[in-house]
Write a protein that binds this ligand. Structure first.
Ligand SMILES: Cc1cc2nc3c(=O)[nH]c(=O)nc-3n(C[C@H](O)[C@H](O)[C@H](O)COP(=O)(O)O)c2cc1C
Length: 187
């Protein structure tokens, strides 16, 4: 495998822009191959929150799967990849993964990523969080997943939404050793 394969799930939490920015950044890197799954609810948030269509977002990825295609390559542990990012991750998708419920291709691919001991990062977007949400997040962390809510940093003095989004996306890519040069780092 020449390129690093990264699986990206976009679920229906607010912040579709995080998944979109991730795809845009990775598209510029010819060492990365992106495999994208968009949930049905994410189709609604993409429409509500951005000027793009689902097709526009899919066009940013190298390989696209339908969320109900449970027979897709990423459904199997024998399909080798370098990790999965769910950006943004809804409470529903996080809860499914925490319980091993694999009702669609995003939760199945995430479950497989964990069982194969590959990196799984969930950009969980909800607030406030009740005890059940926190218990699911804790369970996932103990299973090896990284819970990475896209909480903005301000030490880098962002002046636009774009900078805020890029910072969170860049910090997630740091976890995969993918340098995209979009993080204003503290020195
Ligand atoms: C505009 C919009 C914003 C939403 N924001 C959130 C959110 O921030 N976090 C969340 O957990 N769910 C949010 N939801 C609800 C999820 O879309 C819903 O729970 C859905 O079932 C998630 O399905 P999925 O995880 O398969 O995408 C939002 C829904 C809409 C329509």
């Amino acid at each position: 495998m020449d390129k690093k394969r990264i699986v990206i799930g976009i679920s229906g939490a607010s912040g579709a822009i995080y998944g979109i920015e991730l795809l845009k950044v990775l598209k510029k890197l010819d060492t990365i191959e992106t495999h994208l799954i968009i949930s049905k609810a994410a189709g609604i948030t993409i429409k509500q929150e951005t000027d793009l269509s689902v097709g526009d977002v899919q066009a940013l990825a190298d390989v696209v799967y339908q969320v109900d295609d449970i027979a897709a390559a990423v459904s199997s542990g024998s399909f080798v990849h370098h990790g999965m990012i769910i950006a943004p991750c809804s409470i529903k998708t996080m809860s499914e993964v925490a319980c091993g419920i694999t009702s669609n291709l995003i939760s199945r691919a995430a479950d497989v990523t964990l069982k194969e001991q590959r990196k799984l990062v969930l950009m969980l977007r909800e607030t406030p969080l009740h005890a059940g949400h926190l218990a699911s997040a804790q369970k996932l962390a103990s299973m090896g997943a990284v819970i990475a809510p896209p909480v903005p940093a301000f030490y880098n003095k962002p002046t636009s939404i774009d900078e805020i989004v890029k910072h969170s996306v860049g910090r997630v890519l740091d976890m995969f050793d993918i340098g995209a040069d979009i993080v204003k780092r503290w020195k």
